[in-house]
Design a protein around this ligand. Sequence first.
Ligand SMILES: Nc1nc2c(ncn2[C@@H]2O[C@H](COP(=O)(O)OP(=O)(O)OP(=O)(O)O)[C@@H](O)[C@H]2O)c(=O)[nH]1
Ligand SMILES: Nc1ncnc2c1ncn2[C@H]1C[C@H](O)[C@@H](COP(=O)(O)OP(=O)(O)O)O1
Length: 226
Amino acid sequence: MSRLFRAVIMGPPGSGKGTISERIARGFGLQHLSSGDFLRENIASNTEAGVLAKTYIEKGLLVPDHVMTRLLLPRLEEMTCHSWLLDGFPRTLAQAEALNSSCELDLVISLNIPLETLKERLSHRWIHQASGRVYNMCFNPPRVQGVDDITGEPLIQQDDDKPEALVARLRHYKDVAKPVIDVYKAKGILHTFSDTDTDRIWPYISSLLSAKIPTDIADAQRASTH
Ligand SMILES: Nc1nc2c(ncn2[C@@H]2O[C@H](COP(=O)(O)OP(=O)(O)OP(=O)(O)O)[C@@H](O)[C@H]2O)c(=O)[nH]1
Ligand SMILES: Nc1ncnc2c1ncn2[C@H]1C[C@H](O)[C@@H](COP(=O)(O)OP(=O)(O)O)O1
């Protein structure tokens, strides 16, 4: 079995993690695991963990590290035969240490996007809650305004995407993400991208992954996901 590839993508709310993760999954066959989507699935299916996580998320709080780690690491155990890309985890130093003790990462992508750009993007973000599909009225609008392309169900805007909520979320993100970024910088696996446009960042990320992911892994993953 060829060696597997383990990557993490980090960035503040609205930085384009989900958008870029979807392109990486499609182009390189990595399995994309978003911690936010994973929690929403648990909440939707009313699992014990989902019920617990919901009590924090509905207050706009992060799920406590020990709960998050206990939830996510077993999910990663189920993905040991896949190369994967983690989005939204680790978010804190404790989570990074828990992850580092269970597997060796190959690459961490960090998105460094200006506040004004984040505000602009999130003010136009619409989400199909059930699937997690993300739209943007300026960047990738739905075919019919306010309606999901696949299911035809209504799209929603998240309360914490509003500008007044974003500043607090951004400050909190910076506080908790900095030690995590420092750990991965020290490991020499951190790659930071700064721009206001995902389409300008994407070619650099794509060529970085092409250089880092051995072709036998990329080919095998693409074959297994089609
Ligand atoms: N105008 C514009 N919008 C973008 C660009 N890249 C992504 N978006 C949109 O901006 C919003 C945020 O992108 P996401 O991929 O959801 O960002 P994220 O980092 O996953 O956000 P969180 O899930 O809140 O952490 C979405 O509506 C995207 O469609 C871009 O280059 N320009
Ligand atoms: N790694 C993590 N640790 C703790 N809480 C997390 C988490 N990932 C997600 N959550 C919780 C808090 C987030 O506000 C919520 C939704 O996550 P998300 O979809 O990534 O959106 P957000 O941009 O708010 O982080 O789930």
